[in-house]
Design a protein around this ligand. Sequence first.
Ligand SMILES: [Zn+2]
Length: 240
Amino acid sequence: MSRPIALLAYQEADLEKQQIEADIRTTANRVKLNKLAKFIKQQQANLTKLNEDIESFNASLARQNTQYTALLDRLDLETSEFETLKGDEECTSEEMTEFRHDIEKLQREANNLEKEIKQLFRSLDEAVVEYQKTRQQGSKAKKEYDQLKVVCQKEKDDASIDLLAADRKMEELQKRVNPSLMARYQRVRQHYNTPVVEVRDGKCSGCNMSLPSLAIRRLVSEDMILECENCGRLLYADNE
Ligand SMILES: [Zn+2]
């Protein structure tokens, strides 16, 4: 078909409108807003994780403290028994050695546990500091986000005037297009921003697929719009 002028004019207006919409979505402020939203979401996930860590450190600490207290009690008991045995003449030196070993073993366990508890306290402190820092950053980002959102809304409102104008232009141009052709356009438009393309060098200029020569002959001689067998776009050929 020779150049479908009315349909191409409509498509051009359609593309202009798409460009306005894309511009709204990609202003510097809008891009920053999206970035902030992502950051805030990440911070919230971090907070949840830190909170879980803190709870688990606390639980471990409670457990280890109980264990530690029990160990110290046993150590006290065994030490005082040892002192008593020292005065007992019937107690053999082997028994005394064994007893001393037991006490030393308990002492080592208590020392190790003490180290673990100190490490847990350090981890807990770090997690709490990190939690507070993350919360501060999060609330700062949230404030920034709220302010920027107002700016973005203003941009959108401003652009809506342009969008309305684009809509009106498309309405006008649509009146000049054959309705059944417009229906075909809309169907293809669901898949492509540019539903109507020219045949160039025997190829669909949308997907670059070579067209059967029969199809090209029909396009030219019967002056009709065909659909590309590969991508489904509407094809026209400039009759020269
Ligand atoms: Zn194609």
